[in-house]
Write a protein that binds this ligand. Structure first.
Ligand SMILES: *[C@@H]1O[C@H](CO)[C@@H](O)[C@H](O)[C@H]1NC(C)=O
Ligand SMILES: *[C@@H]1O[C@H](CO)[C@@H](O)[C@H](O)[C@H]1NC(C)=O
Length: 406
């Protein structure tokens, strides 16, 4: 009897911890809640360790991730897997053992707020293996340096160095990759790096081989407006809460973490910030770039006065290499055809939707694939037993798009 009571108390405590009111329409809410409870526990533990001065919160998180999640390079009957370097950057390569002699190639950047994760994690290993098999393509998953040790532009430079090496005649030949059929891709912060690389290399006249496609999965693309409709609508939707994204940005840009409230108030892009021109504002003006059904009844939040000189103190906020949405139309027009995946229940939804629209306006062929029941991370983070229906659906559609367009 006492045991049963204790069990019931424990169970309801666990349910209370896990339960979170979610907006209706999220795919399989219980799976998302469980994933969120797991994330929250890790975040809390690392916050405590951080506060006690034991170690940086990111280090603890990455320790746990590499302990639980990172897997060895293990070949199977269909795919040969090796760890190597690409332009000096650690990279895992997935090569199909059979199939055509000359293969398609995809360069992939993992997500994790420029601070967490690895291309060698189980979830990415699974994704890249599946891509190699389904597409009969060579997939290279890049382990760029991470914050807080590395800050912008280190991650970007690693991504660029790996990309240039990937497109070199030597690497293409060594891995039997067709120079006419190569793609750059990534999710979340990795989508940010992929978009930045696509812009830089698209405008590089000296390159002999160019990417044929860019595939961006719920990418993060700007840090000037934390009140887009999707930031407003999804601020409390797991797993990427609004303050966490602001924290990731500050950490990536090497800025003082105490500026978080300034970003969350949009005080860094108030109308008195001289560093933010009208032209810049127009590139992320969602009242004109988003369709009415996404704007809903949300209102822009741009104050007349904010916190002075933030942009002067953190110039990287305005750097297109960090925020690809700020690119000129001409630059966008020189990037390859694009696939942009977005999720309704994601603070970054509008980053992706605005980018898709701006690419389209610049004359790029864009497939905008939006998931009404999707949430941030659904395609990769929540893998296998936790993988939701929308996770499988989006992964299959992503691979299908690559199959038809690469
Ligand atoms: C955004 O675009 C709308 C519609 O074109 C315009 O009325 C508004 O002034 C613009 N806002 C900013 C901040 O540029
Ligand atoms: C934002 O700017 C306003 C006006 O200058 C100021 O009153 C407010 O305290 C600022 N908020 C933050 C979080 O810095």
């Amino acid at each position: 009897m006492r045991l049963r009571l204790a069990g019931a108390v424990l169970l309801s405590a666990a349910a209370y911890y896990v339960y979170l009111p979610l907006p209706s329409g999220v795919c399989e809410p219980w799976k998302l809640m469980l994933l969120d409870a797991l994330f929250r526990s890790f975040m809390k533990a690392s916050d405590v360790a951080h506060a006690l001065g034991m170690c940086h919160r990111v280090h603890l998180l990455n320790k746990v991730v590499s302990w639980v999640e990172v897997v060895e390079a293990r070949s199977c009957s269909t795919v040969h897997v090796t760890d190597t370097q690409l332009g000096g950057v650690p990279t895992r390569v997935f090569q199909p053992k059979n199939g055509k002699k000359l293969k398609r190639g995809v360069l992939y950047f993992h997500g994790g707020g420029w601070a967490l994760g690895s291309g060698r994690m189980r979830s990415y290993d699974h994704l890249c293996r599946k891509m190699a098999e389904d597409l009969d393509a060579v997939i290279m998953s890049v382990d760029y340096r991470l914050a807080p040790e590395a800050v912008f532009p280190d991650q970007y430079h690693d991504a660029l160095a790996a990309s240039r090496a990937f497109l070199s005649a030597e690497v293409l030949q060594r891995y039997s990759v067709d120079p006419e059929r190569v793609c750059v891709s990534g999710d979340s912060a990795g989508g940010n790096l992929a978009a930045g690389v696509a812009q830089e290399l698209g405008s590089d006249e000296t390159l002999k081989v160019k990417f044929k496609a860019q595939a961006l999965i719920y990418p993060v693309l700007q840090a000037l407006d934390f009140y887009t409709p999707s930031y407003q609508q999804n601020q409390a939707v797991p797993i990427l809460y609004r303050p966490i994204m602001a924290r990731f940005w500050l950490q990536y840009l090497g800025a003082d973490p105490s500026m978080e409230p300034i970003l969350l108030a949009n005080n860094h892009s108030s109308l008195d910030q001289l560093g933010v021109s009208a032209t810049t504002r127009s590139k992320l003006n969602w009242t004109s770039l988003l369709p009415a059904e996404r704007r809903k009844n949300f209102q822009p939040v741009f104050k007349d006065t904010g916190s002075p000189d933030v942009v002067a103190k953190v110039p990287a906020l305005m750097d297109v290499r960090a925020a690809p949405l700020l690119a000129e139309q001409g630059t966008l027009g020189r990037t390859p055809k694009a696939y942009v995946m977005t999720c309704e229940f994601d603070v970054l939804r509008d980053d992706g939707l605005m980018y898709a629209r701006r690419l389209q306006d610049a004359g790029v062929a864009v497939t905008s694939d939006h998931y009404e029941d999707g949430f941030h991370g659904c395609m990769v983070f929540a893998y296998l037993p936790m993988m939701s229906n929308v996770g499988w659906r989006s992964m299959n559609n992503y691979i299908h798009w690559l199959d038809r367009n690469l």
